[in-house]
Design a binder for this molecule. Structure first.
Ligand code: 5RP
Length: 225
């Protein structure tokens, strides 16, 4: 099976976690996109969705799913999203798609985080995937120096079109990707990086990790909880 087929399989399996008549939180990325396509098929069963990015909102609307502003929603039973890495305790690195801050905000309102990922995302120690950190643009150099002092190698993320300019997030901020961190204590690193002035948030989801993870493997969908 290809990686996309594995992502599609877990996206389908995640439909079991959708609660009828409720609002669902929806993540960002290719796995989340497969999930949105599945959600479109059962859209009559849900009240609507809260999106973790402009791209997700657009895809949800293209399926005729009502997108709610998070400020109108007090709680939701479930948030479903992919991950760049996940460990056996449900701690994750997210933000490969630059949506980490909105993902963390929407997840914080949900009672349950269901992570959907292909099996390659499961790791023993987080940190092979560079850790995304969203920063206020005027602070990127000072934050980068502080991230280097923590032992990482910071790189400002640039636009994919090759114009040499920094990528700008949905929140008007920049992303610094931090290479070379062996994250043995994810909650501690999450706190330390969030405490750097100028950081909006970082892509470690350890303080609130996944409650359930559906992993796509050649042997079928494996559930970690
Ligand atoms: C976006 C994310 C994604 O969940 C993460 O990058 C995984 O993406 P994909 O499903 O495309 O592998 O955190 O900010």
């Amino acid at each position: 099976m290809t990686q996309d087929e594995l992502k599609q399989t877990v996206a389908k399996a995640a439909i079991d976690y959708v609660v009828d008549g409720e609002i669902i939180g929806v993540g960002t990325g290719s796995t989340a996109n497969f999930f949105i396509d599945e959600l479109g098929k059962i859209k009559h069963r849900i009240k609507g969705a809260v999106a973790s990015s402009e791209a997700t909102a657009e895809r949800l609307r293209s399926h005729g799913i009502t997108v709610f502003d998070l400020n109108e929603v007090e709680t939701m039973p479930v948030y479903i999203d992919g991950a760049d890495e996940i460990n056996g305790s449900g701690a994750m690195i997210k933000g490969g798609g630059a949506a980490l801050t909105r993902e963390k905000i929407v997840a914080s309102v949900a009672q349950k985080f269901v992570c959907i990922a292909d099996g390659s995302k499961l790791v023993d120690v987080l940190g092979t995937f560079p850790l995304p950190v969203e920063v206020i643009p005027m602070s990127h150099a000072v934050v980068a120096r502080k991230l280097a002092a923590l032992g990482g190698e910071p790189r400002l993320r640039l636009n994919k079109n090759g114009d040499g300019k920094p990528l700008v997030t949905d929140n008007g901020c920049y992303i610094i990707d931090v290479l070379g961190l062996a994250i043995t204590d994810p909650a501690d690193i999450e706190d330390k990086i969030n405490n750097i002035v100028g950081v909006v948030t970082n892509g470690l989801f350890a303080r609130q990790g996944a409650n359930v993870c559906l992993l796509g493997t050649a042997e079928g969908v494996k559930k970690l909880e």
